[in-house]
Design a protein around this ligand. Structure first.
Ligand code: D5M
Ligand code: FE
Ligand code: ZN
Length: 552
C-alpha cells in the first residue's frame, strides 16, 4: 500500500466490497503492514458481511502483532494529513467569512468531554495538540484503539417526505388540490394576524372600510404612474390591492413571487373594487423563534452537489474531506447530510454530455457509492436527491428507487425525498436541494439576494414558508394531494445546495446553510460567470448550532 492512511485502507476494503467501522480502519492502519492486515481481515470475514466491525478486526489480528506503524515511522501516520490541507472558519452570524482563517488548533478539544463517545478515546491522548506523543507511545495507542467506542449516532427521524406517498396522477384536479392545500395551510398562519375577509365579501363592504385579504399572489403589475397593482386570489375569487410607490415600505413588492400566500391590510376605495394597501404580511418565522439543540457535543457535516461522473468532479478534494473525517479532530462529526446532486446525471442541461467523465448514469451512482465508502462506516448519512439525480425532476422529488438504493447500499445511508425534515439529536434540519433559489435570485429586485449570498435567498423561502413558491418558470411542481413544499414547522437549520456557492446565515434564529459544491467550474458556469465554491463542508455543532466551514 503506497501509504497507510485510513482512507487507503477504506479503499482497499471497499474494492473488496466491504464497508468498515472507523475503529476497524484505525486498527488495520496501525498495524506494521496494513496490506497484509487487510488481506487477513478480508479472508476471515464472511462473504455475507457488509460492514467490518472493530471486533472482527481485533479477532483476526489478535495474535500479538498489534504494534503501531506510527511508532516506527511517524511520517507514515497521516490521519491528520487531511487536516493540513484544509482551512476552517467558525461562523456564528449571518456574515460570510472574508477569507479562510488558519487551520484550527486544539481549541475545540475543551468541549469534547461532553460527547457520548467520551471514554478512553476522548482522553487527552487523542487531542490534536498531543498527537505526536501519542504516536510515540505504541502501547498507549493500541490500548486506546481496543477500547474506543467509535461514533454512536442516533438514527435520524424524517418528516414531510413524499417518498412512497406520491398520489398525483398529473390530472388537472391534482393541481387544484395542491394549490388548495398550500392556501389552507399558509393562510392559517396569517388569519390570526389580520382581520381578513373573503374576496367575495369585500365586494359588498362599504367604500372606505378597513379590510384585509389573505390570498395567493395571482398577478403583480406596475401602473402607468408607477404604483403597484397586486392581485390576490383566495378560494372565493380574486381582489386587487394597490401599493402606492411613495410608501416607505413599497419595496416589499420586490420580494413578492407569484403563487406565494400573503396578507394585505388596507382601506377599501370609496367606490369599492380595490384595496389601498397599508401593510403586507408574510407567513414568516416568529422573531422570537428558539431553536432546539442537542444535549451532547456532536456535529454534522453538511455537503451537496458532489456531481460524480462530471469531468469537473473534485475527487481529490473529496478524498481530503473523507481523509479528515477519519482524523480524531472529526470524532464528533457523527452525521453527514448530503443535499442532492450526488451525480452529474445524463441529459440534465444541453451539451452536458461533452463534460461527462462517466456516461452511464448507473455507473455514476456506482462511482458515487465508492466515494461514500470512504466516509467512516460508523457515521449516519442522510441523502436527498437534486435536479441532476435520477428521480423525477418535479418537486417534491421522491427518494431514490430500489435499483439506485441497491447500488448505494454499502454505507446504509438514509435515503429520503427532496425536501425532507431530518431530526438529528433533537435538531430539525430542513433539507431542500434548492432549485427555486435560482428563481428567487432572478426575481428578487434587491442585490442583497444574489449568488454571492444564497443564504439571503434561503431567508426569503423561510419568510414565505414555502421552499418553491413560484409555480411555472424554472420550477416544476408535481401535482399532489398535499403541498409537501410548504414549510409547516419552523426548522432549526435550513440546508440547501444547488447554486454551488457557500452561504452561511441566520434568519430569525434559524441557521441557514448553503453548502457549496464538489464540482469545479463547468463550461456553462464560466459562460455565465458563476464562480463556484468547491470542496466546502460546513460543520454544524448540533449542541450550539455554531458553524465551522471546512475547505478541502
Ligand atoms: O446548477 C448549478 C448552478 O448553475 C445553479 O445555480 C443553476 C446553474 N446552471 C448550471 N448549468 C445551467 C444551465 N445549463 N442552464 C441554466 N442554469 C444552469 P446544477 O443544477 O447544480 O448544476
Ligand atoms: Fe449541483
Ligand atoms: Zn442542482
Amino acid at each position: 500500500m503506497p501509504d497507510s492512511t485510513p482512507v487507503r485502507v477504506v479503499r482497499e476494503l471497499a474494492s473488496r466490497g466491504y464497508n468498515a467501522e472507523r475503529d476497524a480502519v484505525t486498527l488495520i492502519a496501525d498495524t506494521p503492514d496494513p496490506d497484509a492486515a487487510v488481506e487477513r481481515v478480508v479472508d476471515a470475514a464472511g462473504d455475507d458481511a457488509l460492514t467490518l466491525t472493530a471486533a472482527d478486526v481485533r479477532d483476526t489480528l489478535d495474535d500479538g502483532s498489534r504494534t503501531s506503524a506510527r511508532a516506527a515511522d511517524p511520517d507514515a501516520a497521516s490521519t491528520d494529513g487531511g487536516a493540513a490541507a484544509h482551512a476552517s472558519e467558525t461562523v456564528g452570524s449571518a456574515e460570510l467569512p472574508d477569507a479562510p482563517a488558519a487551520p484550527e488548533t486544539g481549541a475545540r478539544d475543551d468541549t469534547r468531554d461532553g460527547t457520548a463517545s467520551a471514554g478512553a478515546s476522548d482522553t487527552p491522548a487523542r487531542d490534536e495538540t498531543t498527537r505526536d506523543s501519542d504516536r510515540a507511545d505504541a502501547t498507549n495507542r493500541a490500548d486506546e484503539t481496543t477500547t474506543h467506542d467509535g461514533r454512536s449516532p442516533t438514527p435520524p427521524e424524517v418528516a414531510g417526505d413524499v417518498t412512497g406517498h406520491s398520489t398525483g396522477a398529473g390530472e388537472y384536479g391534482d393541481f387544484v388540490s395542491v394549490f388548495r392545500d398550500r392556501y389552507e395551510r399558509l393562510s392559517k398562519k396569517l388569519r390570526g394576524r389580520v382581520n381578513h375577509r373573503p374576496t367575495d365579501a369585500l365586494d359588498t363592504m362599504p367604500g372606505g372600510s378597513d379590510a384585509a385579504i389573505v390570498g395567493m399572489v395571482n398577478d403583480i403589475r406596475s401602473t402607468a404612474s408607477g404604483h403597484w397593482l397586486i392581485e390576490l386570489e383566495d378560494t372565493n375569487g380574486t381582489f386587487p390591492a394597490l401599493v402606492m410607490k411613495d410608501r416607505d415600505w413599497a419595496d416589499v413588492v420586490d420580494e413578492l413571487l407569484l403563487d406565494e400566500v400573503i396578507a394585505i391590510e388596507g382601506t377599501l376605495a370609496d367606490d369599492g373594487g380595490i384595496l389601498f394597501a397599508d401593510s403586507v404580511h408574510f407567513p414568516d418565522v416568529p422573531r422570537t423563534y428558539r431553536p432546539s439543540t442537542a444535549d451532547r457535543h456532536v456535529q454534522a457535516a453538511l455537503v451537496s452537489d458532489v456531481h460524480v461522473g462530471s469531468q469537473e468532479f473534485a475527487g481529490e478534494r473529496w478524498d481530503a474531506f473523507a481523509d479528515w473525517l477519519h482524523t480524531p479532530e472529526a470524532d464528533p462529526v457523527e452525521y453527514l447530510l448530503v443535499g442532492g446532486d450526488m451525480v452529474e446525471g445524463v441529459g440534465v442541461y444541453p451539451d452536458q454530455d461533452e463534460e461527462l467523465d462517466i456516461v452511464d448514469v448507473y455507473e455514476q451512482y456506482r462511482a458515487f457509492s465508492e466515494r461514500l465508502k470512504d466516509v467512516p462506516g460508523d457515521m449516519e448519512i442522510v441523502m436527498i436527491p437534486g435536479n441532476h439525480d435520477a428521480v423525477r425532476l418535479a418537486e417534491p422529488q421522491p427518494g431514490f428507487d430500489e435499483t439506485l438504493r441497491d447500488i448505494m447500499s454499502a454505507h446504509d445511508a438514509r435515503i429520503v425525498g427532496n425536501p425532507a425534515t431530518v431530526t438529528v439529536e433533537g435538531v430539525d434540519v430542513l433539507m431542500y436541494h434548492g432549485v427555486s433559489l435560482d428563481e428567487v435570485i432572478a426575481e428578487h429586485g434587491d442585490e442583497s439576494v444574489s449568488y454571492d449570498a444564497p443564504h439571503n435567498a434561503m431567508a426569503q423561502l423561510l419568510k414565505k414558508r414555502h421552499v418553491a413558491p413560484q409555480y411555472g418558470g424554472r420550477m416544476r411542481v408535481a401535482p399532489e394531494e398535499k403541498d409537501y413544499l410548504v414549510i409547516d414547522d419552523v426548522p432549526d437549520v435550513f440546508h440547501t445546495g444547488h447554486v454551488h456557492k457557500l452561504g452561511i446565515g441566520e434568519y430569525h434564529n434559524v441557521k441557514l446553510i448553503n453548502s457549496g459544491s464538489w464540482q469545479e467550474q463547468t463550461a456553462f458556469q464560466q459562460s455565465v460567470n458563476i464562480d463556484p465554491d468547491v470542496g466546502t463542508a460546513p460543520i454544524l455543532d448540533l449542541d450550539t448550532l455554531d458553524i465551522t466551514v471546512r475547505m478541502f
